[in-house]
Design a protein around this ligand. Structure first.
Ligand SMILES: [Zn+2]
Length: 238
């Protein structure tokens, strides 16, 4: 019985490592997805800055064309001014030219505001570009690292599963059945060692009489509190 108990304790240790490694293997794709998501966010911030730059450049160009067109109109009206016959016509034309000049000055003001915004956006673009380039470089390295880690964990998992299969050989079926049953009910931990006179699973204190029976290791003793199989381990081996 002692050997059997030691053997299921070893199986438990293998199962613990299988669970940890499986957990890591399941986590790695999520870590990679997070990296890609952050990179995507950085890219879209940069795209948004570029989009605003294009939009403002387009507005600026259209305003500049308006200035050009209005300047041409002023020139035309100034020529016409020389040819008018009446005072009324003269003052109407003059009024129109003044309106056009005012219009140009308003537009030029708008152009200045746009140019200020474009300057700010250029700084933002440089900054976002830097952040994106860095993130891209880092994420490539980090993804390679994670891929490599996943491959390593996979190999380790196969080894552990094989080791478990080997350890299962020759163990009584009824004991394995209770091991599986308790494990299912207790987060995969069916066998625990006694630690400081307490159950290593639920940390409940164990009576001295029970401790003595566990130490004998001649039958399966379970924790009265959590139902896990209790194993006596020499403190030096723990
Ligand atoms: Zn317990």
């Amino acid at each position: 019985m002692k050997e059997t108990l030691q053997a299921i304790y070893q199986i438990q240790k293998l199962d613990d490592r299988i669970r940890d490694n499986q957990g890591r293997l399941d986590q790695i794709p999520k870590d990679i997805a997070d990296i890609q998501e952050r990179l995507k966010e950085s890219r879209s911030r940069l795209d948004e800055v570029n989009r605003q730059q294009e939009e403002l450049a387009r507005q600026k160009k259209s305003l500049e064309q308006e200035v050009e067109q209005t300047s041409a109109n002023i020139k035309k009206h100034q020529t016409q001014l020389l040819a008018v016959k009446t005072n009324k016509e003269y003052s109407t034309m003059l009024h129109e030219i003044e309106g056009e000049k005012k219009n140009i000055s308003d537009i030029e003001e708008q152009i200045l505001t746009i140019m200020e915004s474009l300057e700010k956006l250029a700084l933002q673009e440089t900054e976002e570009n830097k952040v994106f380039t860095e993130a891209e470089g880092q994420s490539r390295g980090k993804q390679q690292e994670l891929d490599k880690e996943a491959a390593g964990v996979s190999v380790k998992l196969d080894e552990l599963k094989k080791a478990k299969q080997d350890s299962l050989k020759g163990l009584p079926k009824d004991i394995l059945a209770s091991y599986d049953k308790i494990g299912k009910a207790r987060n995969g931990i069916a066998v625990v060692a006694v630690k400081s006179n307490a159950c290593g699973g639920c940390f409940g204190n164990l009576p001295t009489q029970l401790l003595n029976r566990i130490r004998d290791m001649d039958k399966i003793i379970t924790c009265e509190n959590c139902g896990r199989i209790l194993i006596w381990q020499d403190p030096k081996q723990q």
